[in-house]
Design a protein around this ligand. Structure first.
Ligand SMILES: [Zn+2]
Length: 231
């Protein structure tokens, strides 16, 4: 009996024999003893007086109290177990998040790599000279002939006509019906006399062919137009 519980208190041992009460006179009953073991009965309650003077009640009380202590120990073990499990889960989640954020960093650099670098030149067009879109300019410098761009997401560096101002610019790709199929805005800067800007342009929806490319200083500069072959 009670192999795993601590050796019995000598006083308790004595109490279990000192006050036999074979007729259980004045005993409060098991439910009251259970409440006492659960410490929900006030120390002022006279029922405690009875406990110290009735060995059968005391024996019952000790059993209920020890059973309760055992349950509490098991509950505590379960609570610690649950806490340990929660800790383990959050550590695992944290690790997963770390791993997946590192993974998405990888994805991020892959996205950056998806932009193909490309260059487009308006350089041969003098600033202020308006080239109308419908008729191609009669004379083109070799640099302006058949500039080719890939039909994909491009990181496009645009060189503007010499003497162009820095500041905001807009860029458009048009089909033969002057529908804008792709556009971008960016801010141009002047470096060593060359005005240029860089913009991400999505040419992935354009079918291979020739397109007008035009550019103007925002919001109402004159359009400069050139031609590109998207392939
Ligand atoms: Zn009793």
């Amino acid at each position: 009996m009670n192999h795993d519980s601590k050796p019995m208190d000598p006083l308790e041992e004595l109490m279990l024999r000192a006050y036999p009460n074979p007729t259980r006179a004045g005993c409060p009953g098991t439910e009251m003893l259970r409440s006492m073991a659960a410490k929900t009965v006030s120390r002022e309650n006279p029922v405690w007086e009875h406990l110290w003077k009735c060995s059968p009640c005391f024996g019952e009380f000790v059993k209920l109290r020890d059973a309760r202590a055992g349950r509490e120990r098991r509950n505590q073990i379960m609570i610690w177990g649950a806490l340990a499990a929660i800790l383990l889960i959050s550590v695992t989640l944290g690790l997963n998040r770390m791993i997946s954020s590192r993974h998405s960093d990888d994805l991020g650099s892959k996205v950056a790599n998806r932009y193909e670098a490309a260059v487009f030149n308006f350089e041969g067009t003098a600033a202020g000279e308006v080239v109308r879109g419908v008729e191609p300019p009669p004379v083109q410098s070799p640099a302006l002939q058949t500039q080719r761009l890939p039909a994909t997401l491009i990181n496009l560096t645009v060189y503007l006509a010499r003497g162009s101002d820095d500041g905001p610019y807009e860029l458009q790709f048009l089909d033969t019906n002057n529908n804008v199929l792709a556009s971008a805005t960016s801010k141009a800067a002047i470096d060593k006399g060359l005005t240029s800007f860089t913009a991400i342009v999505d040419l992935s929806k354009l079918s291979p062919g020739e397109y007008s490319v035009r550019c103007r200083k925002s919001p109402d500069g004159a359009w400069h137009t050139s031609t590109a072959i998207v392939e």
